[in-house]
Design a protein around this ligand. Structure first.
Ligand code: GLC
Length: 644
């Protein structure tokens, strides 16, 4: 599409906006300003994928309608965020991720626990899938049947709005999932398609026979090879094969259709107008299909994200996006924007490699692979940040790149097998209680499920009444989390990890869950332990000890301006095996972090710490000391050092 055509479309769109707005109204004139600022990103993104004359008027109509429904308090929030665009990059941004029902039954239960989150110093809350899913198996809520209602047992949309307000008053922002690659097969679009409605059939990828699916399958990987083999499902009513990348009941939507874009723009507007501050773009990599490819991360994915991000910036600048793209170092940067798109796409992206490398270094007691893998990351736009985490609601895929492994003298396949063995306790002495998730039949490689406390061995050693190993495992756990909190970006604490919740084996009793071991790492909150731990009761219990360590970490992190996400971390392997050094050069103060994941005491020489003066302070303990020739680090010790 030519520049001229885009300009003409833009002029028309602006005229439509002016016509529907009242120049005397502040919110309206703000919207127009934002269109003038971000409209070109919207239009160029749309024009890369759609016929702009068709797509833009549809999107502008949605924009006008959603703007009219945006209430004054949210418009005020928009203005605040425009003045403080780095709100989510600040060091005191502490993330917490929870399933509403597992946290405290429902939204009312959550409301009664906002104070708990506030005391923990959480400022960013991600409520796991909460929109109405299909009944029965629903992939942990990622098979949404209705984007305009909540799961009935959790609450109502009206209540969601109240919860958002209460969270905002407590200084906490709200993140929800936006599942945009697929909808549940019970969603009304799918139902209408089944009834023969052509309009809605074009919302999906449907094929009368296997000819085209078979061609695609040649290059498509399988996401759930065990319980959902293949990428297409035959639907009897539709009399056609439907694209289903994930489970057979999750129908991929056709983003090549501009009507799908404007439907989702409207869904985004509606969620933003309920006070949502951040949308997690679930499985975003998958939304564009191209024959002969793996259909992940195609250029159109980024053009669409650019357009949808610009739409949100114009409508609701209080809203940010987080990309869920579990891809390698070379690909992930594209989701935060590279080249002309730098800083125009998602504001946040998960740092999957950091997570995998922390676990890998713990198992291998070596940091060379971590150093090499992290060195391959390009710089990210200065207005974006990583979401760092030790574990989430999903399995851990052992995303070790073959060539990275080779570079440090490892065999990629063998290392991935080793990690899967290690964290499922097959490796002697690991104490890990993970479970296998999905096996690649050709290679035998598996992914791993389990909570952080169970993967680090705390659960096993506690059962064994092996006190020295419990102590060591807690130190390992806290050291790993200290890396997550020290790396920069929003640290995402998975619900219950502030007290080290163990695996939940009950999922095996539930038919809808039994074949999905990811439920192992989704235990319900244990409030007896959580309250005790928060009050510092039973000081020798594992939960209280973990909470104490985590709270210190959160407190220290919140105060350290040099952890602002605007600067990058450089990860270096120390000379001592298993030593990791994170260097953060920030005009607000350089910070050198040292972690010992090795076996036993490790020496870190002064010459390995070029950014420190003779006298230093360790922020984690408040201790000041002289560096001298270097430092002896005990096993799993962490230091966050700054020159005095
Ligand atoms: C994301 C979610 C995962 C889900 C998948 C399909 O990867 O994290 O839980 O199974 O998307 O929606």
């Amino acid at each position: 599409m030519s520049v001229k055509a885009n300009e003409a479309a833009s002029k028309k769109a602006r005229a439509a906006l002016v016509k529907s707005l009242d120049p005397q109204n502040r919110g309206d004139s703000d919207l127009l300003d934002r269109f003038d600022r971000w409209g070109s990103d919207l239009i160029s993104g749309l024009a890369e994928v759609y016929d702009i004359q068709t797509a833009l008027p549809m999107v502008i109509d949605v924009l006008i309608a959603c703007h009219a429904n945006r209430d004054e308090s949210l418009r005020a929030r928009d203005r605040k965020r425009v003045l403080e665009p780095d709100w989510f990059q600040k060091a005191d941004t502490i993330g917490y991720v929870a399933y509403t029902d597992l946290f405290n039954k429902d939204l009312a239960g959550l409301q009664s626990r906002i104070d708990y989150l506030k005391k923990l110093k959480v400022t960013y809350l991600h409520l796991m899938p909460i929109l109405e899913p299909r009944p029965g198996a629903n992939d942990g809520g990622y098979a949404v049947m209705n984007y305009r209602a909540l799961r009935p047992d959790l609450g109502t949309m009206k209540q969601l709005r109240e919860v958002a307000d209460e969270l905002h008053d407590a200084g906490i922002s709200l993140t929800l999932d936006l599942v945009l690659n697929h909808v549940a097969e019970e969603h009304e679009w799918a139902e209408k398609a089944r009834m023969g409605d052509k309009k809605y059939q074009e919302y999906f990828y449907t094929y009368p026979d296997r000819t085209v699916p078979d061609q695609y399958e040649k290059s498509l990987p399988e996401v759930f090879p065990d319980f959902a083999p293949g990428n297409f499902t035959y639907d009897k009513k539709l009399k056609a094969w439907v694209w289903t990348t994930f489970n057979s009941y999750q129908w991929d939507v056709n983003w090549a259709n501009p009507a799908v874009f404007s439907e989702f723009a409207d869904i985004i507007g509606n969620l933003a107008n309920h006070g949502v501050d951040c949308l997690r773009l679930d499985a975003i990599a998958f939304i564009w299909k191209r024959m002969g490819t793996q259909c992940q991360g195609e250029p159109e994915v980024h053009a669409i994200t650019q357009a949808i991000r610009a739409f949100a910036r114009i409508l609701a600048p209080a809203l940010i996006f987080k990309a869920e793209a579990i891809v390698g170092p070379a690909q992930v940067g594209a989701y935060l924007g590279e080249g002309d798109r730098a800083g125009k796409l998602s504001d946040l992206a998960y740092h999957n490699s950091l997570m995998v490398q922390i676990w890998s270094s713990i198992a291998a007691k070596d940091a060379k692979l971590l150093e090499f893998t992290l060195s391959r990351f390009k710089a990210i736009p200065s207005n974006t940040a990583w979401g760092t985490y030790l574990r989430c609601h999903d399995d851990i895929g052992w995303a070790i790149d073959d060539s990275d492994a080779h570079h440090v003298g490892l065999n990629g396949h063998e290392h991935r097998m080793f990690l899967a063995d290690y964290f499922t306790g097959k490796f002697w002495g690991s104490g890990s209680r993970g479970a296998d998730f999905q096996m690649d039949k050709a290679s035998g490689e598996r992914r791993t499920s389990g909570t952080a406390a169970s993967l680090t061995g705390i659960e096993q050693f506690l059962d064994d009444k092996n006190k020295p190993e419990v102590d060591k495992a807690i130190a390992r756990y806290l050291c790993a989390y200290t890396m997550v909190f020290g790396f920069g970006g929003i640290p995402l604490l998975y619900m219950g990890d502030e007290i080290g919740l163990f695996n939940d084996y009950d999922y095996l009793k539930d038919k809808a869950k039994a074949d999905d071991s990811r439920w192992l790492n989704r235990p319900a909150m244990n409030w007896a332990h959580a309250d005790e731990a928060a009050a510092g009761k039973k000081p020798t219990s594992v939960h209280t000890r973990i909470r104490k360590g985590m709270q210190n970490l959160i407190d220290v992190r919140s105060r350290l301006a040099s952890l602002h996400a605007g600067v990058a971390t450089r990860a270096v392997a120390g000379r001592g095996q298993g030593v990791v050094i994170f260097e953060r050069l920030n005009p607000a103060g350089n910070l050198t972090q040292i972690y010992n994941l090795g076996e036993g005491v490790r020496w870190v020489g002064r010459e390995e710490l070029p950014n420190l003066n003779w006298k230093v302070v360790d922020h984690l303990t408040g201790n000041e000391f002289e560096l001298g020739e270097g430092i002896n680090m005990s096993q799993y010790q962490s230091l966050w050092l700054q020159s005095k």
